[in-house]
Design a protein around this ligand. Structure first.
Ligand code: FAD
Length: 280
């Protein structure tokens, strides 16, 4: 749906990384982890296209009309620079919820891999998977008993505050930084490889991942080697967000070769086994 909404508040979670809360009860009521929304300022033509952002959290208001959703963004260009100056009260246009969202996790042990700003869907995924917070009209009914969250950034100042996720029972957060300023000095895939080599309950049953393309390729290959189901959330740049413009197509395998799928409507979550990996 398309709604006119208002920015409620904004807070900073890391260097150049902000969390924006938008009051939009129609969207907040139904959005699921892994789905996204498109947002742009109300009125005017600059920027003319909305920008896509993944759901970070849903915040119940004092009354149902004040229910809000949150997304977390990294300041990279025109729109995100503009948004970083918002303080509350700005009028925005929102399209959402968009995309398919993550599937209900299967098995007992879910492992999430977040690279850079790709970490944003996982606090909601983790709470939903463990039954700690219901999202949408048909909340997940899962068998998940524990979650491992491997989260990496270039440097400590770019690791976002996880706002309590790390202290949840049955959640293990493992950090990595490229420069070793916090957590493991190296790639998040080193942490994943170690986890996939475990046996019994320590071995993850399924992997959810979002981050830079090359990281997702590496995660998908590791999961394939270890025969663990892997789901990737693609961040392919897109113009319309609802399937009309075909600007966000990605290649998937089909029985007679390959075909295109639109990341905005058939994704953004795809099974890694379904994707032509060289195109991820
Ligand atoms: C489904 C989906 C979910 C997303 N979720 C988030 C999120 O939760 N948080 C977040 O910070 N970002 C997310 N993104 C990326 C976000 O949409 C872009 O960073 C944003 O559109 C940039 O807008 P801008 O006007 O600031 O940058 P622009 O001025 O439009 O571009 C600035 C630079 O960023 C590059 N760029 C723009 N979009 C992308 C992209 N999708 N991937 C790689 N490079 C890009 C441009 O090529 C350019 O170099 C998501 C993208 C998708 C498709």
């Amino acid at each position: 749906m398309q709604v006119q909404a208002k920015v409620a508040s904004q807070r900073q979670l890391a260097e150049d990384t902000f969390c924006l809360r938008v009051t939009a009860p129609e969207v907040a009521r139904i959005i699921q982890p892994g789905q996204f929304l498109m947002i742009r300022p109300e009125g005017g033509f600059d920027p003319i296209l909305g920008r896509p952002f993944a759901l970070y959290d849903v915040i119940p208001g004092e009354t149902p009309e004040q229910d809000a959703f949150e997304f977390v963004y990294h300041v990279v260009g025109k729109m995100t620079h503009l948004m970083s100056e918002w303080t509350g009260g700005e009028e925005v246009e929102v399209w959402g919820p968009l995309g398919n969202g993550f599937p209900t996790p299967s098995g007992k042990h879910l492992l999430c891999v977040g690279g850079g700003i790709g970490y944003t869907p996982f606090p909601a995924v983790i709470r939903a998977a463990l039954g700690l917070k219901p999202f949408g009209e048909s909340p997940w009914k899962t068998t998940t008993e524990r979650v491992t969250f491997c989260y990496a950034a270039q440097t400590a100042s770019k690791l976002a505050d996880l706002e309590g996720v790390e202290s949840l029972e049955n959640v293990s957060v493992q950090l990595a930084t490229d420069d070793g300023s916090r957590g493991h000095h190296g790639l998040v895939t080193d942490l994943l490889a170690k986890a996939l080599e475990q046996s019994g309950d320590d071995r993850p049953d399924e992997v959810f991942c979002c981050g830079p393309e090359r990281m997702m390729q590496a995660v998908a290959r590791l999961c394939e080697q270890h025969q663990v189901n892997c789901w990737l959330s693609l961040e392919t740049p897109m113009a319309c967000g609802f399937g009309a413009c075909f600007s966000c197509v990605t290649k998937v395998k089909t029985c007679d070769g390959w075909d295109y799928r639109r990341t905005c409507v058939e994704g953004p979550i795809f099974s890694a086994a379904e994707l032509e990996l060289s195109e991820v």
